[in-house]
Design a protein around this ligand. Structure first.
Ligand code: GAL
Length: 455
């Protein structure tokens, strides 16, 4: 038995020697251009990341999403860039990006084809990882389309993880499995970030839905294991979200410590949206040294409070007014007051704290016991609350003292008994051990029920 546990743990060795102490920030081509990408366009975006000041506030990865490759994998098995749209080749593309002081990201898929039906990496993990390393790739977004049901998702993702590790090149491994199979349970063993939801859309409903899917997940992520990926940003897309909604979207993605990937054409970027992306103090919450994601800590009707701890004992707090969107409701009730009490964010009664507005970069004053902010509909107040006296405690977590979101290790451990999992499903074999959850490779000899002998 001991040998079996050791084997399992070895198979799940945490992703690569590459430590990602902070979520990745950058630009991804998909939401801006979908299938229509080419060398000139990517060069322009790289130049704009620099000239608009985005690189200087931390957006460093430029990720080419789907549709960069030739439609057919060449006979020697080695992927090549699309000869028509990327005539200089992918290595040259990467060199151009790096020449601007940025990092080079690329996309592939853990199936036989990508979602847009370009060659996927299933069965070619080693070849593709070697190719990416030889092109100087720094970041791989790895999608989940076109895989047969009997190819177990953990095996497919582990195969690329191991191939990337074997290249010896530090490559951020970003899992794009749309949150399936409770990725927060296995993502930490597998990659540097894992998607928690289906694709985001440029609508307020989609932003809310994404946030709601993530409630309670912050405890599974952090600088020691990796990051919840709430999907790319729709900041800048002035057709979909109002400005206040974009501010809410960016502040909360930052608080959850999601990777922040810009998804709007930089050639045509509305000024006010750009100023959201350049909000250094909001980004600082995302990149904070403590590396603990925030979460929802209170909700009543349309009022919500999200919060998380920061290095040194301060708290990031987002007061959110998510009133329903009917235009009359907006007119009749354009703002509401929301109060955060120190007890809700693990500060002491009587403690004096400075409250700062992170978007405005302005101190709002010193407060004892609580702070009340007036928040516009579909907008947020993004705050930093810094205690000025008393204990400076960065051990508080969003789930402490909140019964609805409290840690429930027991529930994690018993998932293998859940009724909806068919008897023959390989993940029936999930095993819980020592507070951690580990997984067993599916073994047909043991099906159904995984009750076979130890190997
Ligand atoms: C989806 C993925 C998107 C984008 C697209 C490309 O599966 O979630 O972010 O990468 O595929 O085809």
């Amino acid at each position: 038995m001991a040998r079996q546990v050791l084997l399992l743990l070895a198979a799940l060795a945490v992703c690569s020697g590459l430590e990602i102490r902070r979520p990745a920030l950058g630009f991804n081509t998909w939401n801006a251009f979908y299938r229509d990408i080419n060398e000139t366009l990517v060069q322009q975006q790289a130049n704009l990341m620099v000239s608009l000041g985005l690189r200087d506030v931390g957006f460093e990865y430029l990720v080419l999403d789907d549709c960069w490759a030739e439609k057919e994998r060449p006979a020697d098995g080695r992927l090549v860039g699309n000869k028509r749209t990327f005539p200089s080749g992918m290595k040259a593309m990467g060199e151009y990006i790096k020449g601007r002081g940025l990092k080079f990201g690329i996309y592939s898929d853990a199936g036989s084809l990508t979602c847009a039906k370009y060659p996927g990496s299933l069965g070619y993990e080693k070849e593709d990882a070697d190719t990416f390393a030889s092109w100087g790739v720094d970041y791989l977004k790895y999608d989940n389309c076109h895989a047969r049901r009997d190819y177990w998702i953990l095996d497919r993702y582990a195969a690329m993880r191991d191939a990337l590790n074997a290249t010896g090149r530090p490559i951020v491994y970003s899992l794009c499995q749309w949150g399936v199979m409770e990725a927060h349970l296995w993502g930490p063993k597998m990659g540097h970030s894992w998607r928690t939801t289906e694709d985001i859309r440029p609508t307020w409903d989609s932003v809310l839905k994404t946030l709601d899917y993530n409630v309670g997940l912050s405890r599974f992520a952090g600088s020691d294991v990796g990051w919840l990926d709430l999907d790319m940003l729709y900041v800048g897309n002035d057709t979909g979200l109002r400005l206040g909604e974009q501010r809410a979207h960016f502040a909360l993605w930052s608080l959850y410590k999601s990777p922040l990937m810009i998804g709007h054409d930089l050639r045509d970027f509305p000024k006010q949206s750009l100023s959201i992306l350049l909000s250094k103090e909001v980004i600082a919450v995302n990149q904070d040294d403590l590396g603990v994601p925030g979460d929802l800590i209170w909700r009543q009707g349309h009022k919500r409070i999200y919060a998380g701890p920061l290095a040194g004992g301060a708290r990031a707090v987002v007061l959110a007014n998510f009133q329903f969107a009917h235009p009359t409701a907006f007119q009749q009730c354009p703002r509401t007051n929301i109060t955060v009490f120190w007890g809700q964010i693990g500060l002491q009664p009587g403690q004096r704290a400075r409250v700062r507005d992170l978007y405005e970069e302005r101190d709002l004053g010193e407060f004892v016991d609580s702070f009340t902010g007036s928040v516009e509909a579909h907008n947020v107040l993004a705050l930093r609350v810094t205690p000025l006296n008393g204990p400076l405690d960065d051990g508080w977590r969003p789930w402490h003292g909140q019964p609805a979101y409290a840690a429930q290790a027991a529930n994690v451990a018993v998932q293998r008994y859940e009724d909806w999992v068919p008897k023959s499903a390989p993940w029936r074999c999930m095993k819980a051990g020592g507070g951690d959850t580990v997984f067993q490779q599916p073994d047909p000899a043991k099906q159904p029920g995984c009750g076979g002998k130890d190997r």
